[in-house]
Design a protein around this ligand. Structure first.
Ligand code: FDM
Length: 211
C-alpha cells in the first residue's frame, strides 16, 4: 500500500504592499509548473458570511469593536481548518497569503494585548514555513499614499511591522525573513529554494498545531 505524502503548508506574511501577493502567486505558479499539486488561499477569505462581515469592516462600511473584529478574523481561519487539513493530507501544498500572524500583528498594533490576540489562534494548523517579507519604515514612507482600506496608513503599518518583527524573533524556527526591497526575481529565487527543500522535508512529517 502506498502512503500518501502530505503537502506543505506555506504562509506569506508582511505589511500591506510588501510584495506578498506577487511572491505567493509566483511560488504557486512555479510549483504547479513542476507538476506539484498546489492550492493558493488568502486570509481574510472574504466569501463566507464571516468573510463578508470582515470585508465590510475593512472597506469602512461597517464598524465593530477591535476585539470583535479580531475574533472574526480568527473564526474565518477556524471555519477553513477542515478544508485546509484535508488538502494537506491528500498531498496538496497550500500557499497562503496571510494567516494568524497578521491577526496578531494588526490587532496588537491597535493596542490589544499580544497574548490575548494570540489565544484564539491556538489549535489552528501550524505552517511548515512562514516567509516574512520585511519592509523598512523608510520604504513604507516612500511608498506614498496607501489605498482606501482601513489599515492602509503609514504610521499604522510601522506599528504592524514592529509586531511582525517580534513574532519573527519568537517563531524563528520556521520563519524566514526577507528584505522586501530586493527585486521580485531575487526574492522569488530565494523563496523557491527554501520551499523546494521544505516540500521534501515535510512529506512524511505529521501536521502540527499552533500552541
Ligand atoms: N488582517 C488580516 C487583519 O487585521 N487580521 C487578520 O487576521 C488578517 C488575516 O486585513 F490590512 C488585515 C490585514 C490587511 C487586511 O488583508 C486585508 P489583504 O491581504 O489586503 O486582503
Amino acid at each position: 500500500m502506498s502512503v500518501v505524502k502530505r503537502g506543505a503548508f506555506i504562509v506569506f506574511e508582511g505589511c500591506d504592499r510588501s510584495g506578498k501577493t506577487t511572491q505567493s502567486r509566483l511560488l504557486a505558479e512555479l510549483l504547479k509548473s513542476k507538476g506539484i499539486a498546489t492550492v493558493s488561499m488568502n486570509f481574510p477569505e472574504r466569501s463566507s458570511s464571516i468573510g463578508q462581515v470582515i470585508n465590510s469592516y475593512l472597506t469602512n462600511s461597517k464598524d465593530l469593536p477591535d476585539e470583535v473584529i479580531h475574533l472574526m478574523f480568527s473564526a474565518n481561519r477556524w471555519e477553513h481548518m477542515n478544508q485546509i487539513k484535508q488538502q494537506l493530507l491528500k498531498g496538496t501544498t497550500l500557499i497562503v497569503d496571510r494567516y494568524s500572524y497578521s491577526g496578531v500583528a494588526y490587532s496588537a498594533a491597535k493596542g490589544l494585548d499580544f497574548d490575548w490576540c494570540y489565544a484564539p489562534e491556538k489549535g489552528l494548523l501550524k505552517p511548515d514555513a512562514v516567509f516574512y517579507l520585511k519592509t523598512s519604515v523608510d520604504s513604507l514612507t516612500n511608498r506614498g499614499q496607501y489605498g482606501e482600506e482601513r489599515y492602509e496608513k503609514v504610521e499604522f503599518q510601522s506599528r504592524v511591522a514592529q509586531v511582525f518583527d517580534r513574532i519573527c524573533y519568537r517563531e524563528a524556527s520556521y520563519w524566514h525573513q526577507f528584505d522586501a526591497s530586493q527585486s521580485a526575481e531575487d526574492l522569488h529565487s530565494r523563496i523557491t529554494s527554501i520551499a523546494e527543500d521544505l516540500l521534501q522535508k515535510v512529506e512524511a512529517q505529521p501536521l502540527d498545531t499552533l500552541s
